[in-house]
Write a protein that binds this ligand. Structure first.
Ligand code: UDP
Length: 318
């Protein structure tokens, strides 16, 4: 039994809670911290009574100390365009103040540190696919800037603590990830389409649906995090699935997996919606021996039961 303690900020979120599970499975003692702004207790319900796990409800925009830890996984932040538009100031604060406080914990205890960054650092990219060396094409004052710039600042603070305080840091740039525990109403394309398909509603494709995204199933994503956590790589590493789909194609896969007869309805494209997104994962392949294994149709099939249950629960409440 590994008695080492890991802190996961944003531990009640979609990715944070899966990360807690994976760390517990590896024998860590895990402390999840979350202010439940977009995270949910339900994501951790299965860990109730687990002796190696502790949940602390706390806003990390205030400084905090949960005692000695050996690893800090900093995952706290709203992450869907709907959530960060709704909570723009909180998103900027957690990416800045929250990151200082998470790094202060790592600095105090000499803990290792891994932070979740994002493909949003590349903005609406002019380089395709995106390599880690690309500096991005980001609108600093547009509606997405509360997230994009917060995460770019997060990376800057992380590198500063590495340079000035010698904190042992890692940065993962996460591309679109999906799977069970995604919030049904977080506005992201996979939960939206799954919900609409299962209810028999129209699938809302924004713009003409030619924009592309590359979707990574959650188990692949978490495997990438753990490999990076154990590596010595301090510069950002893309972890995402390089299979690229137009949003129209994504809608077709959802219809096929759910067997739904829903139609597609076209709606206006949100401002600054990136036209293309696909990770170059050469670095993760070479450095971590990591490669995603689950294709989109398989991952959606694996997520189907979860989305069916979530839709049924929402319908029952109404
Ligand atoms: N999208 C869509 N219909 C929806 C939700 C999203 O067409 O109901 C599009 C959105 O405009 C974007 C892509 O799907 O081009 C992915 O959006 P999401 O919000 O999942 O994440 P993003 O990659 O933009 O952060």
């Amino acid at each position: 039994m590994n008695s080492k303690r890991a802190l996961v900020t944003g531990g009640a979120g979609f990715l944070g809670s899966h990360l807690c599970d994976a760390l517990l499975a590896e024998g860590w003692r895990v402390i999840a911290v979350d202010n439940l702004l977009t995270g949910r207790r339900a994501n951790l319900e299965h860990l109730r009574g687990e002796p190696a796990f502790e949940f602390v409800e706390k806003d990390i925009c205030e400084s905090f100390d949960v005692g000695r830890v050996d690893y800090v996984f900093h995952f706290a932040s709203p992450a869907s365009p709907v959530d960060y538009s709704l909570h723009g100031i909180e998103t900027l604060k957690v990416g800045s103040l929250g990151t200082f406080h998470a790094l202060d914990v790592a600095y105090k205890y000499g803990a290792k540190f891994l932070v979740s960054s994002t493909s949003e650092c590349y903005g609406d990219p002019l380089e395709h696919p995106q390599k880690e060396t690309y500096w991005g094409h980001v609108n600093p004052i547009g509606p997405r800037s509360v997230y994009d710039e917060a995460k770019r600042f997060t990376e800057a603070v992380t590198m500063a603590y590495r340079r000035y305080h010698k904190v042992d840091t890692r940065i993962v740039r996460i591309f679109n990830t999906y799977g069970p525990r995604m919030q049904l109403n977080d506005g992201r394309v996979v939960p939206n389409f799954m919900k609409q398909a299962l209810r028999g509603d129209d699938l809302t494709v924004y713009g003409n649906g030619d924009q592309t995204r590359s979707f990574c199933y959650v188990s692949d994503e978490i495997d990438g995090f753990l490999r990076l956590a154990k590596s010595d790589e301090s510069l950002p590493v893309n972890i995402g699935n390089p299979d690229e789909f137009t949003i129209r194609e994504c809608a077709q896969v959802v219809l096929q997996v759910t067997g739904s007869k829903s139609k597609i309805r076209y709606e206006p494209l949100p401002q600054d919606d990136p036209k293309q997104r696909r990770p170059d994962i050469s670095k993760a392949r070479q450095l971590l021996g990591w490669e995603p294994k689950v294709d989109l149709a398989t991952g959606l099939r694996l997520s189907l039961e979860y989305f069916k249950k979530a839709v049924a629960e929402e319908t029952a409440v109404k």
